[in-house]
Design a protein around this ligand. Sequence first.
Ligand code: NAD
Length: 472
Amino acid sequence: MARRAPGPTPRHFAVIDPATGEAFEEAPDQRPEELDAIVERARLAWAGWRADPDARADALRAAADAVETAEDVLARLLSREQGKPLTESGAEIARTAARLRYFAGLTHPRNRPIRDDRPMRSEVRWRSIGPVAAIVPWNFPLQLAAAKFAPALAAGNTMVLKPSPFTPLATRLLGSVLAAALPRDVLRVVTGREPLGARLASHPCIRHVTFTGSVATGRSVAASTAGSLTRVTLELGGNDAAVLLDDVDVDRIADQLFWAAFRNCGQVCMAVKRVYAPTRLYAKVVEALAQRASTVTVGPGSEPGTQLGPVNNAPQLARVEDLVGQALAAGARAAAGGQRLQRPGYFFAPTILTDVPPDSPVVTDEQFGPVLPVLPYRTLDEAVEAANGTRFGLGGSVWGTDLDRAEAVAERLECGTAWINHHAELSLAQPFAGIKDSGLGVAGGPWGLYGNLRPFVVHRPCDRPPAEEAPR
Ligand code: NAD
């Protein structure tokens, strides 16, 4: 345990290493009452931060450099508290820096003239909105935080960021790394247990709440913002289907498909969470995935050579165990795995489920763990209907040799992003928006920036209409 400073003891809570199930560190358990002063400092810092877009761009680039310089120490802490392999932690930190650099290039939102037939020069100018609250989950603590602070800060807002109590430490460290590059109070990290998040979401001086997490908490956050009519963006759960076409080359795609489901131990909002395979190829697909599930190297994320770490926390492990138990009791078969590993920590054997009743919760709900149900289909219409048949709509993918045919099937998926022959690869420049229970609002690319701005329109009389704006 870290040694605390002398003086009155603030409250702390334990942080667990998921590879051992033991506490290894503590984090401050900040009280909701502390938020008033923190949000007020963010509000005061806003005036200076919003004033100079060039200075903002420079600061965000310096912040990206600082993150890269600290990669090693950040990656080790992230793997320790989150459980993911060190290589994945390194990739997460690289994406955090890349996101800062991308949004550093967008600090000058273009004014937009409005063209109509009135003798008026009208122009939309974009204004920042004030202190933004970001609330993020434990699966990609740094990268998801960056997806929130990079566009919000580029827009000229300040931010109070609350990580999950399961992964507070790497985010606190990131906060101190960024503090060296950013003006004081532009970004503040707060850690603590509920009701800290609920109080932050309902704080009257917060002007935008951007939340990533589960559907249930997302609904609660939306309700928290209703009182103050605060803007809210929700990035919620997913249950992405991968539809394999009858011309798919199973041997060729098996590795990629496996990792699209099992990366970060399946704890990815847009992981492949269900596979639909044509009956003719069903046995071959199951065998290929089961072979990989039974041979992958499972171990502590901090150990070199680990490919798959533990589940991040005890409640999530219990949920995965329960979903698999229910499916097995309903007649499913585990072609690989199927149970917890007999070792300390929150390890669950990488699991491939076959013969799963399509109405099992492991198919209809989000498992968010190292478990993949594979379901057979007879006709393509049946597969598309099943893929679209849940309350989620985050992503989906189609796998086959004829790319035009695969794209025609992908067009039929009801979700925010569809991939062909891969899954879950995002561009920093693309919009990211789930439909149905998967989210509300748009993040990513310029859309993510505008989600953190408000339009301000000026009309003045003129003789000539305004010049055409160059396309962005
Ligand atoms: P969660 O909803 O339990 O918690 C998310 C965050 O909300 C945490 O910081 C938590 O402390 C906080 N929180 C809890 N109760 C709150 C309340 N009443 N008010 C305000 N904040 C509150 O989610 P989780 O278990 O940490 O993360 C897993 C979920 O996140 C999965 O459903 C996953 O699909 C989803 N997710 C979505 C995306 C996306 O971009 N769509 C990305 C990653 C994860």
